[in-house]
Design a binder for this molecule. Sequence first.
Ligand code: HEC
Length: 185
Amino acid sequence: MPLAPRSILVLSLMTLASVLLVAGCQPDRTMPDGVVVAPTEAPLRDMIIASSPELQEGQRIYDLRCAHCHGNSGDGQLPVTIPTAEAVGLHIVPPQDASGHTWMHPTQRLRQVIRDGIVNPLQQFPMPPFADVMTDEEIDWVIAYMALWWTEEQRIWQRQVTDYHTQLEAQYPTLIPDEPAGTQP
Ligand code: HEC
């Protein structure tokens, strides 16, 4: 059904408002590069995990539910299975470490992806939904665990986009319709 002129006007005003918002309120910043090698030194990483029951739980759940697709070290699909995915013309599972792009996304959206999965017919092993088997807390622990693979710059960037997303949500409450009311990043 064609949009009524009034709806078009409202949509144009909303688009203009978001452009102005992005141009006006977003601090000046340059996105850090993705890097090829996982940055966290093993002994320090082990100490950080050993000092936090939440991270230990995040690691346990990651190893149980995510590692067979995203790699034990977050390095992505198991290399021996990549040629078969490519041979059938489908995408491979992305890494979660510093060479991937999970760190580019706000926590609210990562939670949503883990809860609901991603339906993508172009994937050989599509991202499944975990809402039925993981609590919101467990999802946050896994995200915190995966963040250990990112560089400090990437973690700072990820916090910035999360904060910015929180501001946008306050201004446009329908931005994430599925997000339970009152959930904080
Ligand atoms: C059956 C394989 C599979 C399992 C198991 C799996 N994923 Fe995924 N995941 C994928 C695929 C494939 C994508 C890319 C989907 C797309 O972009 O179309 C993805 C994307 C993601 C993304 C989006 C970020 C990105 O880099 O694209 C996050 C975050 C994520 N997965 C986290 C998890 C977590 C946490 C678990 C375990 C609780 C998990 N995944 C389990 C296959 C899987």
